[in-house]
Design a protein around this ligand. Sequence first.
Ligand code: NAP
Length: 260
Amino acid sequence: MDLQLNDKTVVITGGAKGIGEAIVRLLAKEEAIPVVVDRDSHATDKLCEELVTAGYRCETAVADLSEDGACEKVVATIKKVSPHVDALVNNAGVNDRVGIDDADTEMFLGSLRKNLLHYYGMVHHLLPDLKKTSGPIVNIASRVALTGQGHTSGYAAAKGAILALTREWAVDLRHYGIRVNAVLPAEVMTTLYREWLDKLPNPEEHLANIKKMIPLENRMTRTEEIAAMVGFLLSPQAGHITGQHLVVDGGFVHLDRSLH
Ligand code: NAP
C-alpha cells in the first residue's frame, strides 16, 4: 500500500528515541520529511544525521516541551525551515509515577505539564498551518488511560485527557478536513519502559509475567508496530478515520484473561 506521504512535513514530538524514533524512521523511508522535536539534543542529531547520510530527509527542533512557552518557540523554529506542515504526532511523555498517596498537587500538575499540556500547545500553535494542509493529528496515549496502573495518577490523568481531547478535536476540526486519532500502546520495550521496569523490585520477573499476559505471541509490542499504525493514520489511505482510539497491544487490554 502506498501511504502517499512523500514530501509531507510531519512534526513528531519525542521523536529521538523509542516509539517516536520508530515513527521518524518509517516516515523518512516513506519519503516524508520528519521534524524531530525532542529535548535530547544528542539523540536527535544522531538520528537525523544517520537518516540524512542514508539519503533520507530529516529536520530537528530541540526543546523541552514541558517548559513554559516551549511549544510556541518550537513551532516558530519549525516554520523557519518548513514552508508547510502537513501532520503532527504528539508523542513525548514520561510515566513519572506521581501517585495519589505519595505526591502532592504541585507534583500532579508537574506530571500534567510533562504529559498533557504540550499536546494542547503543539496543536494550538500549529493549527493555522494544519488548517491550510488539512493535516492529520495522531496523539500517542497509553493503555493506562483504560486500565489504570497504580501509583501514577498524573500520567493516567494526562493519558485519559488525551483520549478525550482526541474526540473533542476530531469534532472541532472536521470542517478543515483535519482527522484526529489516538494510538494506545501497552507494553513496548523502550528507554522509558526499561527505566520504569528497573524501578520495580524484581524487574525481570515482572517482565516475564507481563509477557505471559499478552495473548498474541506472549511478547512485547515492537516500536515498529506502533509506528506502522501511526503511519497508516497519517496517510490519506485512512481518509475516513477520525476520533478513534486504536489499541496496538497484542490483545493485552481486551482479550480473555484466561487465555494460555
Ligand atoms: P522514550 O523511549 O523515553 O522516548 C521518548 C523521547 O521523548 C525521549 O527522547 C525523551 O527524552 C523525549 N521527551 C520526553 N518528554 C519530553 C519533553 N517534555 N520534551 C521534549 N522531549 C521529551 O519513550 P517511549 O516509551 O517511546 O514513549 C513514547 C510515548 O509512548 C509516550 O507518550 C508514552 O507515554 C507512550 N507509551 C509508551 C509505552 C511503552 O510501553 N513504551 C506504553 C504506553 C504509552 P528523554 O529521554 O530526555 O526523556
